[in-house]
Ligand binder design. Structure first.
Ligand SMILES: Nc1ncnc2c1ncn2[C@@H]1O[C@H](COP(=O)(O)OP(=O)(O)OP(=O)(O)O)[C@@H](O)[C@H]1O
Length: 621
């Protein structure tokens, strides 16, 4: 290094600045470029902020930002009461002040969000003073080489946003419009799942020997992958901003209307119109379903609060969990909003079996499975002294394979009928009858059945007919009970449980095959971002005497092995082993030899990891 003639270094950024944010030798003869000090200081400050956010696991956003930070439902109910009393023009949950200071308000971009569940590796919570745009960092979830500075990572320049759309990480300016992609759906989110070759037809599948494999056995089965991709796509789809929809409703934003298909003339919800939206939570970043009941007259907060508290306790896999209930004026009326878990790509039983493009045929096994699952939902609700009051083909959704269903719309009935003091036992009896009607309607779709309303005309087995008779009989002196109902088909429950377990084990085995994918793919990306760049060819740091040289040697060591005769040796196990050790940063040392075998470096994976990390961080700043 020619220190006497510092000319060559004047354009090279000082790495102390990039790594530490300052250089203590700046005024003491350091020959590298220290750039705009202010800018560097800002960068350093910013990376510190991110770091603090990451490490401050117990950070709680301020109350002004989010109603849920006050967690207690009492506060929420209080808010409802306040809003009703004041009949203010503003949305009930977000005051203008709160909206102004809300971290995700206005220009929040769900695509740029990094909502890692708290507690998992790389979880990051927005700092109180952090700007709305949380940077998406695919590396932070890896548990691997993620570091605080990576929040400013290279994906800032990612092509995730279509041409012309604003950069996802652009600085917000006050009053700027929502930063959602301007196309619908955003072009990048159209997944090209048809690009993958489908499985060959069954008759072309040759029987394999025990040691043989086909390409498709190495990857996630096509049908599952396509299913999951579609679910992801549905979940991430956003709606263009503007129009009549408010941008923020309570703790939720990014409303996507879901009911394009609605059947009309239904007398639900006390005759009130209802709308269904997919929404993004400002509180935890997750996606939920929000049902809006238009223009309700609710005078007491307890009318929302009490049913909410009762239904909140109902947690079972066959009922979409209730998450929130509040009154809002965001739609310019007093609307009741009830929020449930969202299950992408699910459709009601009516859509699934009656009106979809290719309706799924109903089989006897499917009927048993539905019966068992709905009984499980009934059992959970009735044991909490609750009744659904709405079991029907429209309100039970099919959320996944194999025939998994959930009751999708709880609590609303109890809020709207709060004053009526209904007899829960009677309502529970009605649930049994509703269940019977639902199963009878489905059975009528089995090939050969006659839709005459008579159970005996159905093509189902006798046990099932017995169940239907029991459920539909309204003249029996004794009230119906779950133990009595279950006793009628106890021998049919076990095959359903067994089928669900078999499927769970099958999906678990597929998951196990993909175990390393995400981590190693992220690591590979990171490695490739920094390795082999044109600019590094003229950078002295990457020369044989430079500090980055071990990265070049390591890359060769992992991917460019040759055997004794000089033939490329492509050993995937070697690659996996090296990358895993690098990811974990183990202390094990390895010897990296230059291609001419004149020099070698002994270095540990840990040192390599640190080197790769700091190089990546410097590059992404
Ligand atoms: N929790 C949920 N997650 C995902 N999608 C849902 C969920 N709940 C409902 N859906 C979807 O929304 C659609 C409409 O549901 P909804 O309960 O509004 O039925 P509907 O037939 O439109 O009845 P209504 O007239 O009462 O609105 C369902 O068919 C289903 O595809």
């Amino acid at each position: 290094m020619d220190k006497t003639n510092a000319e060559w270094a004047k354009d090279i950024p000082c790495k102390n600045i990039t790594i530490y944010g300052f250089c203590k030798y700046e005024n003491d003869g350091c020959i590298f470029n220290h750039g705009n000090i202010k800018q560097n200081a800002n960068a350093a400050a910013m990376s510190n902020v991110k770091f603090n956010a990451k490490t401050a696991s117990s950070f709680t956003p301020s109350k002004a930002l989010n109603a849920k930070t006050s967690s207690s439902t009492a506060i929420k109910a209080e808010k409802v009461a306040k809003a009703l009393a004041s009949a203010a023009e503003q949305p009930t949950v977000s005051s203008p002040l709160a909206m102004k200071s809300a971290p995700f308000a206005g220009s929040y971009n769900p695509y740029a969000a990094n909502f890692t569940p708290v507690g998992s590796t790389g979880a990051s919570t927005p700092p109180p003073s952090a700007p709305a745009r949380t940077s998406f960092n695919p590396y932070s979830a890896s548990g691997g080489l993620s570091t605080p500075g990576e929040e400013l990572n290279a994906l800032q320049s990612s092509a995730s946003f279509g041409p012309g759309s604003p950069a996802p990480f652009a600085q917000d300016t006050p009053g700027r419009q929502t930063n959602f992609p301007s196309v619908y759906p955003p072009s990048h989110s159209i997944l090209q799942y048809h690009l993958y070759a489908p499985d060959p037809p069954l008759h072309l599948k040759v029987p394999l020997k025990a040691n043989e494999r086909t390409a498709e056995t190495l990857f996630i089965p096509n049908d599952i992958r396509e299913d999951l991709l579609k679910k992801n796509q549905a979940a991430l789809q956003v709606f263009p901003s503007g129009g009549n929809l408010p941008e923020i409703v309570g703790d939720y934003f990014g409303l996507v209307p879901l009911e394009f298909h609605s059947r009309i003339n239904k007398d639900r919800y006390e005759g009130h119109q209802n709308s269904l939206y997919k929404v993004f939570s400002n509180f935890d970043g997750k996606i939920y379903i929000m049902r809006r009941i238009h223009d309700v007259k609710i005078n007491e907060s307890v009318q929302v609060f009490k049913p909410y508290q009762a239904w909140k306790k109902l947690v079972t896999s066959n009922v979409a969990e209730l998450r929130d209930a509040f009154i809002t004026r965001a739609f310019n009326d007093a609307s009741l909003c009830v929020v449930h878990d969202y299950f992408p790509q699910s459709s009601s039983l009516y859509e699934t079996h009656f009106v979809s493009f290719s309706p799924i045929p109903i089989t006897q096994d499917l009927l048993w499975s539905y019966l068992v699952q709905l009984c499980s939902a009934l059992q959970a609700a009735h044991s909490l002294n609750l009744a659904f009051n709405n079991i029907c083909l429209d309100k039970v959704i099919a959320s996944g394979r194999p025939g998994r269903i959930k009751i999708s719309d709880s609590c609303v009935h109890d809020i709207l009928h709060y004053q009526e003091d209904g007899d829960v036992t009677q309502q529970q009896q009605q649930d049994y009858v509703d269940l019977g009607k639902l199963l009878r309607d489905l059975s009528a779709k089995i090939l050969g059945s006659q839709d005459s309303g008579s159970v005996d005309a159905l093509v189902v087995d006798d046990d099932f007919k017995k169940v239907l008779h029991y459920l539909l009989d309204t003249s029996a002196a004794e009230p119906k009970s779950l133990p009595e109902l279950l006793a009628l088909f106890s021998h049919r429950i076990l095959p359903v449980v067994s089928a669900l377990q078999t499927y769970a084990e099958y999906t678990e085995s597929i998951l196990a095959r993909e175990l390393e994918n995400a981590r190693l793919f992220r690591l590979m990306c990171k490695l490739n971002f920094i390795f082999g760049r044109v600019e590094s060819r003229i950078d002295i740091n990457w020369s044989e005497s430079g500090e980055k040289f071990p990265i070049i040697l390591f890359y060769d060591y992992v991917f460019h092995q040759t055997d004794e005769s000089g033939k490329p040796d492509m050993d995937l196990t070697h690659v996996l082993r090296c990358l895993n050790k690098l990811d974990a940063g183990v202390g094990e040392k390895l010897m990296l030899v230059t291609p001419d075998e004149m020099n070698c470096i002994i270095i540990s994976y840990k040192e390599l990891k640190d080197l790769i990390d700091s190089t990546f961080r410097a590059m992404s700043q």
